[in-house]
Design a protein around this ligand. Structure first.
Ligand code: NI
Ligand code: MN
Length: 227
C-alpha cells in the first residue's frame, strides 16, 4: 500500500488499483500550500467526522474525481441533500462493507461531529480496512478509547494512522497506549502542527514510541511511503 500525506488528517492510500482519500483539508492549511488540489486523485473519499479540518475540500474533490463519499449516515445525507452529491455510501458504527478495494469496518471514535453549516454530523468514526495487500486502522479524531482493544480481535493490523497532536485528540502519551491496545507497532502520526494548539516536538514524539519498541512515522506533507 502507498501512503501519501497532505497535512492535518488528509492522506491517500493506494491499494488494489484504487485511491482512497481521507479527510481532505488542504486549501486553508498553510503547511500544505505547495499541494496542488487538482493533482489529488481519488476513487473514494472517506470522512471521519464533520469538522472543517476534515471536510473542507471533500465536495470539490468528490466532484472533480467523481469519487464515492464514504462516511456516517448523517454526513453522507448532508452531501446528498444539501450539496446534491449522490455518489456515496452511508455506514455507521459496527458496520462492515466489502468494497472493491477491500473490507471496511466502521469503528468508534470519541470526539464530536458537526458540519460547517451547523448541521448535525452524526457520531465521529474510525475505519479499519483490510485486503490481501494489508490491513490498517485510521482512528479519525479521537481520544484514547477502551474500544480500541476490540480491533485486534477482528484484524491483525500492519499499520495504523493515529492523531497525535493533543488538545483536540489524544496526544503522544495516549497514542503510545493506543498502539498497545490495537497491537500495532507501526504508527503514522497525523493531526499535529497545523495550528498552535497541536504543535508537537517531532523528536520527543518519535522517542516516546521508540522507548516502547514501536515506530512513529511522520511523513513530510506531499511525500509518499510504502507501508
Ligand atoms: Ni475534529
Ligand atoms: Mn480535527
Amino acid at each position: 500500500m502507498k501512503f501519501t500525506y497532505y497535512g492535518q488528517s488528509c492522506f491517500t492510500i493506494e491499494t488494489k488499483g484504487k485511491t482512497l482519500l481521507f479527510d481532505p483539508m488542504i486549501t486553508s492549511n498553510t503547511l500544505a500550500s505547495h499541494i496542488d488540489l487538482d493533482s489529488i486523485k481519488a476513487d473514494y473519499i472517506l470522512i471521519s467526522h464533520g469538522h472543517g479540518d476534515h471536510v473542507e475540500d471533500a465536495l470539490k474533490l468528490a466532484k472533480s474525481n467523481e469519487a464515492t463519499i464514504v462516511s456516517n449516515y448523517e454526513i453522507v445525507t448532508w452531501y446528498n441533500e444539501v450539496h446534491k452529491y449522490e455518489k456515496s455510501h452511508p455506514m455507521n458504527h459496527g458496520g462492515i462493507w466489502n468494497f472493491d478495494f477491500g473490507r471496511l469496518r466502521m469503528v468508534n471514535a470519541v470526539h464530536s461531529s458537526v458540519l460547517p453549516d451547523g448541521t448535525y454530523g452524526g457520531n465521529p468514526v474510525g475505519f479499519v480496512i483490510d485486503n490481501d495487500e494489508g490491513c490498517f486502522y485510521f482512528a479519525g479524531d479521537t481520544a484514547l478509547t477502551w474500544d480500541m482493544k476490540l480491533i485486534p480481535m477482528w484484524s491483525k493490523l500492519d499499520f495504523a494512522i493515529l492523531p497525535i497532536g493533543d488538545n483536540f485528540t489524544m496526544g503522544i502519551e495516549d497514542a503510545v497506549i493506543a498502539s498497545d491496545f490495537i497491537e500495532c507497532n507501526k504508527i503514522i502520526g497525523v493531526h499535529y502542527d497545523t495550528f498552535g494548539f497541536i504543535k508537537i516536538d517531532h523528536n520527543q514524539a518519535k522517542q516516546a514510541f521508540n522507548e516502547k519498541g514501536k515506530e512513529l512515522i511522520l511523513v513530510n506533507i506531499g511525500d509518499s511511503i510504502e507501508v
